[in-house]
Design a protein around this ligand. Structure first.
Ligand code: GTP
Ligand code: MG
Length: 197
């Protein structure tokens, strides 16, 4: 399914502008700059359709993309970055929280975690919500190229342990680098199963 052409089709800053859910949907969430937009590019091998940047806070709305009419991929704004004005920060966080709690037809949230930095309080907040609303989610460690393989494994085990009582988490923790392509095929395999054929 990831070979299909990726098309941008909607952006939303408020829940009432979310497009109607019609096809299976996978969203990418996580702290600012963790590599959400880059992962979308790597998964689809279509660089430049999803914008990425060195500066945290680039993605400011919820952006909906389609792979033919088989799968919807959703790039969420990052949360918790330091430079934004408080009220702007608040509104993005509220938007993401609302989306992961109440979005109809949301099949999976990939919660991206920077391998070097680990889980942040806002990640756990989002996880609590997804547990409460029974939203299936999985953890994806990003930027694995920045640390030694042993540290990637350690981080994955630490997170697995901290979530072992959780019910909506889809195992195992996945590990990727959008830069080297490590783990991307694996993740495509896992997510591809959710597509409509
Ligand atoms: P926001 O939209 O601000 O929330 O950020 P984002 O999570 O979408 O991050 P984005 O994909 O824009 O990437 C942020 C920065 O990290 C960019 O400079 C990327 O080039 C870099 N980056 C992304 N993936 C990787 C990776 O796998 N390895 C390395 N070394 N850098 C990466
Ligand atoms: Mg982004």
């Amino acid at each position: 399914v990831f070979r299909n052409k990726l098309d941008f089709f909607a952006a939303a800053k408020i829940p009432s502008s979310f497009p109607p859910p019609t096809i299976p949907e996978i969203a990418f969430a996580g702290v600012s700059n963790v590599g959400k937009s880059s992962l979308l590019n790597a998964l689809t091998r279509q660089w430049g359709i999803v914008r990425t940047s060195d500066k945290p806070g680039l993605t400011q709305s919820i952006n909906f993309f389609k792979l033919a009419s088989k799968l919807c991929l959703v790039d969420l704004p990052g949360y918790g970055f330091a430079y934004a004005k408080d009220e702007v920060k608040e509104s993005w966080q509220e938007l993401v929280k609302e989306y992961v709690s109440n979005r109809v037809g949301l099949d999976r949230v990939c919660l991206l975690v920077h391998t070097k930095r680990g889980m942040k309080p806002l990640d756990y907040e989002l996880i609590d919500l997804m547990e409460r609303y029974k939203t299936p989610y999985q953890i994806v460690l990003t930027k694995t190229d920045l640390v030694f393989p042993i540290d990637v494994a350690r981080r994955a085990m630490e997170i697995q342990e901290s979530l072992k009582k959780n019910k909506s988490v889809v195992k195992p923790v996945m590990m990727v680098s959008s830069k080297t392509g490590a783990g991307i095929r694996n993740l495509r395999g896992v997510l591809g199963k959710l597509a409509r054929f």
